[in-house]
Design a protein around this ligand. Structure first.
Ligand SMILES: C[S@@+](CC[C@H](N)C(=O)[O-])C[C@H]1O[C@@H](n2cnc3c(N)ncnc32)[C@H](O)[C@@H]1O
Length: 428
């Protein structure tokens, strides 16, 4: 029999959850990030669940990305707990949640723009990091250095963090990387030479325009952690979370979404004083974030481990080449570990929402939704509701991996939302 929540979610009609004609708006527009969720869709889902459950005062996203879920949870007055390993995701989310200092921002902007003008005319020591001239044209390096120095001189940390957030999309826009992929691939020479440099004007416009995205200040309790969820969740109290709502990584980083490569050029420009970095290794090189993220670390024991706690996964692996099996097993080892910790911190009788995508490896579908469902049901959760939504508008690369003889493989066009309830009665 269908649960009340399943009936409610289905009552809107089959296409409702696609949120097809929605554009990124308001605070969600201030910076881009791969695989961003659709905010109004998250909002509606959280709203329906809060109304039907009635006993939710905190929300936890262990892979918060650009913070869509936390920002929407904030609108319902919930206490917020979020973790992400990527310092850029953490900074963007922090700025969205803490806002700007409205008492000082207009004066600070004036001073910032005057400094930019001064340093542009008088000259500035250019910023430098490994291979900077491969990734940026000389005139772009100069203008970004002018902006960087002007931001560093701002005394108000909250406003400074806001300025870095305004800068990060421009860093990618004016870099020599292709915009068609989240990976760092160099553009054709002609495109680099012909690119118009409008860095400074774009930055000023962005700072002025984004101010209007911040709403009135809210007083939610917020705990935002830059770190590895697998390590951070262990420190959390069992049965302390009312509601988990997240979209975890979908597979090994090399062939899924390279959140780290997307972010690293911006991270190399932002002053480290304003970045919360738990582990220096994270920004050691262009791919270190992806290597240290879920599905990136290679566990030397993984190929020897025969214990795969999902029959569905075991069957899928049979159709996949041995070297790729290793990466998949490696991802799932971390993934199952993360899910176990999520179950541990969730209160009995409460809900966990997982938004998942099924990618393909060796032209075989890795049914993350089925595998997750099976694993969760075997580990103390019940399926409360589920639906599949079209994600043609979500910012995902259409082509992410290359398979021998088959060429580029299409990425996902749909995602599954699983809503699971932890067994046991609610402690009212
Ligand atoms: C699917 S994204 C989340 C997208 C997000 N829902 C949004 O709307 O932007 C997954 C996130 O998991 C993060 N991640 C990957 N491995 C992690 C780990 N071990 N600990 C914490 N975060 C991790 C990535 O940095 C990425 O931001």
């Amino acid at each position: 029999m269908k649960t009340n929540l399943q009936q409610k979610l289905e009552s809107y009609g089959q296409k409702y959850w696609n949120f097809e004609k929605i554009k990124r708006n308001g605070i969600h527009k201030i910076a881009s990030y791969p695989a961003m969720m659709v905010a109004p869709m998250q909002h509606k889902l959280i709203e329906d669940i809060i109304n039907m459950e009635g006993n939710i005062s905190n929300i936890f996203d262990p892979f918060h990305g650009s913070g869509t879920t936390l920002v929407e949870g904030e609108r319902f007055g919930l206490d917020l707990i979020g973790i992400d390993i990527n310092p850029l995701a953490n900074l963007i989310t922090k700025v969205k949640l803490q806002g700007i200092n409205k008492d000082t921002i207009y004066n600070c902007n004036e001073e910032l723009f005057l400094n930019i003008k001064k340093y542009k005319e008088e000259g500035v020591e250019v910023h430098s990091f490994e291979k900077i001239e491969k990734w940026f044209r000389k005139d772009v390096i100069y203008d970004l250095s002018v902006i960087r120095k002007s931001i560093i001189e701002e005394k108000d940390k909250r406003n400074r963090e806001y300025y870095w957030t305004c800068m990060c999309d421009l860093i990618r826009k004016y870099s020599n990387t292709r915009s068609s992929t989240f990976k760092l691939h160099i553009k054709e020479d002609g495109k680099i030479i012909n690119m118009n440099n409008n860095v400074i004007n774009d930055f000023i416009n962005s700072v002025e325009a984004n101010i209007n995205s911040f709403e009135s200040e809210k007083s939610n309790n917020t705990l935002l952690i830059q770190g590895d969820s697998l390590e951070e969740m262990i420190k959390m109290k069992p049965e302390s979370i009312d509601f988990i709502c997240t979209s975890p990584p979908y597979g090994d980083n090399g062939t899924t979404v390279t959140y780290g490569q997307f972010s690293i050029l911006s991270l190399f420009w932002i002053d480290q004083i304003d970045l919360n970095i738990s582990n220096d290794q994270l920004i050691k090189n262009f791919s270190s974030i992806d290597t240290l993220s879920l599905g990136g670390r290679i566990n030397p024991n993984i190929s020897k481990s025969e214990l795969i706690p999902s029959v569905t996964l075991v069957n899928i692996l049979k159709g996949i080449s041995i070297d790729k099996q290793k990466k998949i097993k490696n991802f799932f080892n971390d993934y199952f570990n993360a899910i176990c910790n999520m179950i541990r911190v969730l209160k009995s009788g409460h809900l966990m929402v997982l938004t998942l995508g099924n990618r393909r490896v060796d032209d075989k579908e890795i049914k993350l939704d089925e595998i997750t469902k099976e694993f969760c049901i075997n580990n103390g959760l019940e399926l409360e509701a589920e639906f599949v939504r079209n994600i043609s508008r979500k910012r995902m690369p259409t082509r992410v991996s290359h398979v021998n003889n088959l060429g580029p493989v299409q990425s996902m066009t749909a995602e599954t939302v699983l809503i699971l309830r932890k067994e046991g009665s609610k402690d009212e």
